[in-house]
Every structure is written in C-alpha cells, then in structure tokens.
Design a protein. Structure first.
Length: 223
C-alpha cells in the first residue's frame, strides 16, 4: 500500500504541480479549502501538506481542529516568513514550514525525511525495554544481548500480556481466558506449564527474574 499524502491549497496550479510530482511515489489526495481538508482527513493520510493562507478557514484553523485526532506530520506551506507566524504554526501542532516559492526536490526531500522519522517513531512505539531484555510486539520477538529468544505463540501471548501490564497481578484463570479465550479446550493448569517454559527460556539468557509469582494470587511482570 502506498504512503498517503494530503495536499491542501487553494491555488489550483500549486496543487496540480505537487500532485504531478508526488503521484509516482505516493497516493495523493487533494483539497482546495479548509472544509474539504477536514473531510479528506478521514482517509487517514500519512502526511499533510497544508497551506496557511486560505480564505474562510485558514491552515492554522484546520491544523488546530484536526491535531488532536491526527498524529501524522503536518507541513505548512506559506509565503509568510515572520517569526510570529512560525511560532503560531508550531503552537497549533505543525511539524515543519515550507516557504513559497519552493523547490520541488527540496519539498520532496522534506516529505521523505518526515515520513522516515514517523516510521521510526511508530517502530519504536512497538518495542519496550526491560533492562537487558527488549520485546518487539510487532515482530513478536524478544532479544537479550543481541540473542533472540524463541517463544511459541502462546508463550509470547503470555509474555505480551504480563509485560504490557507490568506490576499488575494476573491469576491463572485470567491469563488462560486472555490467551486461550473462553472456548479453550484446556484449563488454567496449562498456564503454569507455559510460565515455566517462559522462565526457563529467559533464564538461559539472563539472571533477572521477569515473571514473579505472587503466592495465592497469580503472576506479575517484574521489569
């Protein structure tokens, strides 16, 4: 699936120029005014190029309205260069400024840089570090000292449940329901065996005890 760009500008010539430039590499959406931009945001663009100087609803207002709901980078297109305008733009949630007239190749490089940064941010958000242990929830891998630990699907599901809720105590029945579901054909004793295997695999790489037994209650993550 192509990365999706939303271009918002009230000047048809600029919109057409940017669309022609970006379309070979991106899925390009366009809007000619603020109201249309608000509608196109529902398509979940990966980056927004937003003109400030639009009639009726300017880019600052559009950015202010959508920023709470849109996490993607927003780059302002503007002929304004006053520092007060720049401060206002960053204040409502802009990520960068592109001053008109601009070089298309420079604009393209800025767009690529912001998309790469956003991808790194999203990737990092799926990884958590617990001392020497790194868990990548998207890739479903766990690594200690650059050595990957192999877990079965159920083992990783338990690891994920406990580590994402560090400090919270889960009894065996709750773990079983969360991982196997209510229609599982085993019982909560299965959880004990899986916990034992997880501990053994972690213990082969680190001396830290990540899964703590809370006697009479269940298990909790000790990150």
């Amino acid at each position: 699936m192509k990365t999706k760009l939303l271009i918002v500008d009230d000047e048809p010539g600029i919109v057409d120029m940017m669309r022609s430039y970006f379309e070979p590499h991106y899925d390009v959406l366009t809007a000619r005014n603020g109201d249309e931009a608000l509608q196109k945001v529902s398509a979940a663009p990966d980056l927004i190029l937003l003109d400030i100087n639009m009639p009726e609803m300017d880019g600052l207002t559009v950015c202010r309205k959508i920023r709470e709901y849109v996490a993607c980078p927003i780059l302002f297109l503007t002929a304004r260069i006053e520092s007060a305008d720049i401060v206002s733009g960053f204040g409502v949630g802009a990520d960068d400024y592109i001053v008109k007239p601009f070089n298309l190749d420079e604009l393209g490089a800025r767009v690529e840089a912001h998309l790469r940064r956003e991808q790194r941010r999203q990737n990092n958000a799926s990884v958590r570090f617990f001392g020497e242990l790194a868990i990548d929830y998207s890739a479903r891998t766990a690594v200690v000292h650059e050595e990957q630990i192999s877990f079965s699907k159920r083992e990783f599901d338990i690891l994920e449940l406990l580590s994402l809720n560090a400090g919270q105590v889960f009894d065996r029945e709750r773990i079983y329901e969360a991982v196997w579901g209510l229609d599982g054909d085993g019982n909560s004793d299965t959880v004990m065996e899986h916990i034992r295997k997880i501990r053994a695999k972690l213990g082969a790489h680190t001396s830290h005890s990540y899964i703590e037994t809370v006697w009479g209650c269940g298990y909790k993550w000790n990150g």
